[in-house]
Ligand binder design. Structure first.
Ligand SMILES: [Zn+2]
Length: 448
């Protein structure tokens, strides 16, 4: 990109404005971080799908020829990128950015203000010295990205312009484009946990797909470490660009709150209020549900895998419960494509209960039908667990007991006092395509 080209872009006019008023401008830095992992291990299923097909050697040859040309400008409806990516790759990236922008604009209910400009670097060696503004260079050298938003107050409104500096891989351009959208549209990107958590979500965002699709290393890290407390994530003294591990926690919290049906309805207005700098806080919005969120957050982390659907695994906290005593019976409906579902029965530790399940379900559209005994490998079987509450640190904490097997009919002894839950046993990341419902009748058979 020559200086001449640069002056032809509509941003030059804005550039003059911000140069003149730069002392009154507010600058917001939002970074992406380098995921310290080998490229092979970092591939997601989705990234695999996105990769162009064809002979790899010929692609490499084509790429190396293109690379020699140096950075070129590419334009789509809402983006202008300066990049050394091969033309096909640059166009594919613009398509992905446009799709993501459509999704996030719909989510936040506001169209993008202005055009997003970015430097997307495949190989720094292709860029002549001075061709990337110094403000963004260190983050690119570090293998990551940064979005710098200059925001100017104008009466009651504002004018904001964001510039993205990003390496071409690891979904970094998408991450930075979320910051740029927020910066230009709202004049701010929100507090660090929200800003970075949502930008990480943007990196993975896919139309009509709520499933977890992120880097395996992120899932492995979250599952193998003690959960970071919500307070630490939301109120910790953390800063943008700190570490990919901190980004993983922020993503996990934002993904859960945006998709779990118990919290999603409040999460969007909370985010909008944070972006508009209206008086609100995480505690104010979710304080009443602290125990439930804490439980579902831990549950999400414990069962996280590719394909996990936080919406389908949302807990039903509104269910009415009653003690199952004497000759009383209760009937529960259990869907094959959901996580744990309430039976409505409060069970007592050591008491024996009799159950009978009618109906069939299948573990996928073209899979065989099963009764509640499931398949030979144990999948598709009706299983149960008891949710108990413990008083801890002055508050209430939910604890889910060990899962135990049921089947088509029989008896079981309740392992604890609490709320009996049912589900169809299947991999947590593969519930979405399950079909069918089981009706489970339950009654007490007296204590032993
Ligand atoms: Zn960021």
């Amino acid at each position: 990109m020559t200086r001449k080209n640069w002056r032809r872009t509509p941003f030059f006019r804005f550039g003059l404005l911000s140069d003149m008023a730069v002392r009154r401008a507010r600058l917001i830095w939002c970074c992406a971080v380098l995921l310290t992992v080998s490229p092979a291990a970092a591939q997601t299923k989705r990234a695999e799908k996105e990769r162009p097909t064809g002979d790899k050697d010929s692609q490499r040859e084509k790429r190396s020829t293109d690379d020699k040309k140096g950075p070129v400008d590419f334009r789509s409806q809402n983006f202008l990128i300066h990049t050394d990516l091969a033309a096909d790759d640059a166009k594919q990236l613009l398509e992905r950015l446009e799709t993501m922008l459509e999704l996030i604009s719909a989510y936040w209910g506001r169209p993008l203000s202005g055009l997003i400009e970015g430097y997307v670097v495949n190989d720094l060696a292709n860029w002549p010295p001075g061709s990337i503004p110094q403000e963004g260079l260190p983050n690119i050298v570090a293998g990551a990205g940064v979005t710098i938003t200059k925001s100017l107050s104008q009466g009651v409104g504002f004018v904001a312009r964001a510039v993205v500096y990003s390496v071409a891989n690891q979904g970094t351009p998408q991450h930075e484009a979320v910051h740029a959208y927020c910066g230009q549209t709202f004049g701010t990107t929100g507090p660090v946990w929200y800003s970075e958590g949502m930008a990480e979500m943007g990196k993975y965002w896919c139309k009509d797909d709520k499933s977890v699709q992120c880097y395996d290393i992120v899932i492995d890290y979250l599952k193998s470490n003690a959960p970071k407390s919500l307070n630490e994530i939301v109120n910790g003294k953390e800063f943008t660009g700190d570490s990919w591990q901190n980004y993983a926690w922020r993503w996990a919290l934002c993904h859960l709150l945006a998709n779990n049906t118990n919290y999603a309805a409040q999460f969007r207005p909370l985010g909008l209020a944070l972006l508009r700098k209206e008086p609100t806080s995480f505690e104010q919005v979710y304080g009443e549900m602290a125990s439930e969120i804490m439980f579902e957050y831990r549950f999400f982390l414990a069962h996280l895998e590719q394909g996990y659907r936080a919406d389908l695994c949302s807990w039903d906290w509104k269910k009415k419960w009653r003690n199952l005593k004497g000759s009383a019976t209760t009937t529960a409906t259990v869907k094959a494509d959901r996580g744990w579902q309430p039976s409505g029965a409060l069970v007592a530790a050591g008491a024996t209960y009799q159950y009978k399940a009618t109906g069939t379900w299948r573990l996928g559209k073209d899979q065989p039908e099963h009764r509640a005994d499931g398949a030979e490998d144990g999948l598709g079987r009706l299983v149960a667990a008891v949710l108990t509450t413990e008083n801890k640190d002055g508050g209430q904490e939910y604890v889910l007991g060990e899962q135990f097997e049921l089947g088509t009919e029989g008896t079981f002894k309740a392992p604890a006092d609490g709320k009996l839950q049912f589900r169809c046993r299947d991999a947590w990341g593969q519930l979405a395509d399950n079909q069918g419902t089981m009706t489970v009748k339950l009654k007490a058979r007296g204590k032993k």
